[in-house]
Write a protein that binds this ligand. Structure first.
Ligand code: ADP
Ligand code: MG
Length: 319
């Protein structure tokens, strides 16, 4: 963007929301940012792009768009067992719509403040509405939780009920949902809360982890492929959002293929399970055991009749 508004816009709506962060030596305003990673920690980095009318609707409140953009990036950090610290925002805007940018910056500020994340820079360009966020987090050296370390016999956990965001989208399209239910589901779609509460437990106990963005079956399949293992899921054990049985003929299948969840799927050795469950229970956190990692490749499910059937990983794909 070459008009003079670009710099005023950055100062007013982005630089102004940054706050004070001791580990940021240089933030917005220089050619690059400079931060200090504490001794004994690894730096964990990820980026995610959100495109208008693909990842969000342009009609949504800009506050919600910013919130979601931050939270999907935070969720990637949580899935690595990393604490989110520093964010870069590359924002492409069709024009300078100040009320929109103001709401966007308010959503950004609220989301950053929730986890003490510093906005340390970015880029501002003109074009179709989209944003690419690059997040940096820290994890004690060697403790980043990968997708590739699940072992046969490990138990598979899901951190919360699934299905709400996809049911919310179906409600927006053609499914007639009760108003109070639609509102509850929209909250899940628009204001995801990534599972940063699980970060220390993943570091200590998880053999592998992934956040559920494409859909549980597709994301578990990523873990299995990376770890060169398979999985057996007990359909009866899959936690589903309470509204699903009222609107879906096959709630478990709907939940298994629902994307945009930002719950975590992780695996834990049976040797560590009891200790982990005791520790998360102290904090009032419940996770759901849904199956086991197996040596046999591929995904399988035990259906409600006790039959073991192949489970097709289905989830969101761009191409
Ligand atoms: P450059 O000419 O080096 O690309 P810019 O003019 O794009 O610099 O940006 C000026 C400063 O503002 C840089 O420090 C950059 O990181 C920051 N910045 C630009 N856009 C954003 C944004 N959307 N959010 C946060 N910081 C931004
Ligand atoms: Mg630039």
């Amino acid at each position: 963007m070459v008009n003079m508004n670009e710099f005023a816009l950055i100062d007013q709506y982005f630089k102004s929301i940054v706050g004070v962060h001791e580990d940021v030596h240089l933030g917005i305003g220089d050619d690059a940012a400079c931060v200090s990673v504490p001794a004994g920690y690894d730096l964990v980095i990820s980026c995610d792009t959100l495109v208008s009318d693909v990842h969000f609707l342009s009609s949504w409140d800009a506050f919600d768009i910013a919130w979601k953009a931050v939270m999907v990036n935070v969720s990637d950090m949580a899935a690595m067992g990393a604490t989110p610290k520093w964010l870069l925002l590359a924002l492409t805007l069709p024009d300078v719509d100040e009320p929109w940018i103001k709401r966007f910056s308010q959503g950004l500020q609220a989301a950053l403040a929730k986890y003490g994340i510093a906005l340390i820079g970015g880029d501002t360009t003109r074009g179709p509405l989209s944003m690419t966020l690059t997040i940096h987090g820290i994890v004690p050296k060697g403790k980043a939780v990968k997708r590739s370390n699940a072992k046969p016999g490990d138990r598979i956990y899901v951190s919360g009920p699934l299905g709400a965001p996809t049911l919310a989208l179906e409600g927006l399209n053609d499914l007639a949902l009760e108003t109070s239910i639609q509102e509850e589901l929209m909250e899940k779609l628009l204001r995801p809360i990534p599972r940063v509460d699980l970060i220390p437990f993943l570091q200590d106990y998880a053999s592998a982890a992934i956040d559920i963005s494409d859909g549980f079956s597709a994301d578990l399949n990523h873990v299995c492929t990376a770890s060169q293992v398979g999985a057996l899921i007990d359909l009866k054990a899959v936690p589903i959002h309470h509204a699903l049985p009222h609107y879906c003929p096959n709630p478990a299948e709907f939940a298994l293929n629902s994307g945009d969840e930002y719950e975590l799927c992780f695996t834990v050795s049976p040797l560590n399970e009891d200790q982990m469950l005791r520790q998360i229970a102290v904090l009032g956190i419940q996770c759901y055991a849904v199956g086991f990692i197996e040596k046999k490749l591929g995904l399988r499910a035990r259906d409600t009749d006790g039959q073991i059937v192949p489970l097709n990983p289905k989830g969101y794909r761009h191409f």
